[in-house]
Design a protein around this ligand. Sequence first.
Ligand code: GMT
Length: 387
Amino acid sequence: MKIGIVCYPTFGGSGVMATELGIGLAKKGHQIHFISYKRPVRLTSYYKDIFLHEIGSFEYPLFEFPPYDTSLASKIVDVAMHEHLDVLHVHYAIPHAAVAYMAKQILKTKGIELPVITTLHGTDITLVGLDKSMSSVVEFSINQSDIVTSVSNSLKEGTESYFDIKKNIEVVYNFVDLDRFSRKENPELKKVFAPNGEKIIVHTSNFRKVKRIEDVIHAYSKIKDSVQANLLLIGDGPERRNAEELCRELGTCSQIQFLGKQDAVEEILSIADLFMLPSQNESFGLAALEAMACEVPVISSNAGGLPEVNIDGVTGFTCEIGDVDDMAKKAIILLENEDMLTIFKKNAREKALEFKKSLIIPQYEKIYNKAIQSVAEESKSLVEVTS
Ligand code: GMT
């Protein structure tokens, strides 16, 4: 199949998933056309069946905001026509689902039927999509997609309760590359971050408010009173400065390292004992899954789809949002009990196996075939009615 994939190119989960999906599909013999405003960060190698079409930014003195939507729609039309796309898969509803609808209508006038699949990732529904300034377009464009998927049951239920959805939303979980994300012991690296045999706690995110980084730091400052542990914070974003301030206030700076954005996250996860993700909202929690694949138990909030990934009392613990006392208490129980920690590490990897790439990619292939078939049948019946 010739598959167009529209995504954000950044470190965020939706871009990471879209890129990994494209790479996985290309390895299975499909031709992939990424349409994005930059090279996706996870697209680091050359693949003969992967093509990148960058959306340019159109500057003109009249435009306070360059018209991304119009440039993207034109690009989709161009790629669909000239590369003969069989299907278009857009990741993150805003504005991609609406733009895909526009491109589909333009292509129709040229006699081309392009099936469109929209994958909802989380904040496009739970945060940005719910804003009154966006919601009518989000609802309309979800209903206009040929097939809609969401990355967890929780996100599906949320979308159906927030909007008037006429489509069946299919749940296709996020996936992880279990070869890349597997524990590879590295005593030398461990020594760098834990020179006195301290436990290592890790958090990775885009440091947005929704991640509640302050809860990681508050919980850590309680944990360290009972257990010798250091905290590694991976990623960057708007909340980093506040997080740094908080460490200074709490006097924990010497045991907390801000590592910034990292490409080889799996190397750091491989030396970790515990992962923390106390988010206010999390449709799935890809970062938690990647940690679990590296045998790292997770202390998370119970927001959104997190309980579908992190099983309370098995792969880690899920706590009420903001309950840093409970998070610290559960972390201490785990870190102080070697036998329990070993079992949870094993359980975490075992649970991650349910989200392996080779199980999830065929689900998308099936969805593409279904969309292609139903669009073909629709246009056939339209021809029969009009002739
Ligand atoms: O987590 C973010 O803020 C980034 C965001 C994105 O779309 O890039 O992540 C969302 O999509 C990921 C991939 O499907 C999910 O694993 C994250 O849970 C989800 N984030 C939220 O719902 C906050």
